[in-house]
Design a protein around this ligand. Structure first.
Ligand code: FES
Length: 315
């Protein structure tokens, strides 16, 4: 792991009591497990005895039991707490698996990587469901840094909103907001045409908040009054060999029941108001012009200007 920060690695519901889950956190494989009482723990997914994976092991009252020789490791300290068939004159050796702090908030499981005291602020604090949720997880064949860049340069390569076309028209400049770069793009309802070629109204905005350091991406589909129709929170962490682990939760706001007929029918049918693509089109990504992402990589000072242009629905 490369940095000291909290990473979202899984949805809470992916880890049932008494079960384990193998995840990758900032490039390192971690064995998550949940005790029968419901507390979640994280150990490096390597047994300190003979380096086999711990994640296929069993959850025991004393911690996670290695599937090879049956040593059990405490979830908080990582220390070995039990060895089967130990003779009376033998002692448990001071072997310990690396243990990571774990925190759960708003349906996300967080693991703290790096050394030192874990910061209090959790990325999942930035998400609060206010409608029926749609969730998922995937490993996508795009490197972590590139994933964040593409979210700025061409979010339509990574996600989709049914009945909506994301345009390449920026509404204002990229701007810094805390540790995020924020960019607004125009969007239009499908089936209504793109309108005139040069002066185009955009009844929708796609607001993308991309972390400068990495972690959680927040995408909002907004109406012309900048009221959110859909909120999508995508947590990203570096997986291995140039891939990225994704975990997401999102929902449609109550006002998303308005809009064109196709969108309203979609909403009434209870269908997901967005799709996060796990399989991406490499050609489309390669063809993107790297413009807003230069700001994220420190290529320029992003504007602190507010959005300059508001848009209105056209008929
Ligand atoms: S390899 Fe895990 S207990 Fe031996």
């Amino acid at each position: 792991m490369t940095s000291g920060q909290w990473w979202i690695v899984a949805l809470s519901e992916q880890l049932a009591p008494g079960k384990t889950l193998a995840v990758v956190c900032d490039g390192v494989q971690v064995a998550l497990f949940r005790s029968a009482e419901g507390e979640a723990f994280a150990l490096e997914d390597r047994c300190p005895h003979r380096r086999v994976l711990l994640s296929p092991g069993q959850v025991r009252p004393g911690g996670l039991q290695c599937p090879y020789h049956g040593w059990t490791f405490d979830g908080t300290s990582g220390r070995c707490t039990d060895i089967p068939n130990l003779r009376r004159d033998e002692k448990i050796p001071p072997a310990a698996a690396r243990a990571y702090p774990v925190a759960e908030l708003n349906g996300f499981l967080h693991v703290y990587s790096g050394s030192g005291e874990a910061q209090e602020a959790l990325p999942g604090a930035g998400y609060q469901a206010a409608g029926r949720e749609f969730t998922g997880s995937a490993v996508t064949a795009v490197a972590f840094e590139d994933y964040l860049d593409v979210m700025l340069d061409g979010p339509e390569c990574l996600l989709d909103f049914p009945g909506v076309t994301i345009t390449d028209f920026f509404i204002g400049d990229p701007r810094r907001d805390g540790g995020y770069l924020v960019l607004d793009r125009g969007a239009v309802w499908k089936g209504r045409g793109l309108g005139p070629a040069f002066v185009r109204d955009h009844p929708l905005l796609l607001r993308t908040r991309v972390p400068l350091a990495g972690g959680d991406v927040v995408v909002e589909l907004l109406d012309a009054a900048e009221q959110a129709l859909v909120t999508l929170f995508i947590a990203a962490t570096r997986n291995r060999r140039g891939t990225t682990s994704l975990v997401w939760r999102g929902f449609a706001h109550g006002r998303a029941q308005t809009g064109p007929l196709g969108w309203r029918l979609h909403r009434l049918a209870g269908a997901a108001p967005f799709t996060v693509h796990a399989i991406v089109d490499g050609r489309a990504i390669a063809a993107l012009e790297a413009a807003p992402s230069r700001e994220r990589r420190g290529g320029g000072e992003a504007s602190t200007r507010p959005v300059q242009e508001t848009s209105h629905e056209y008929g």
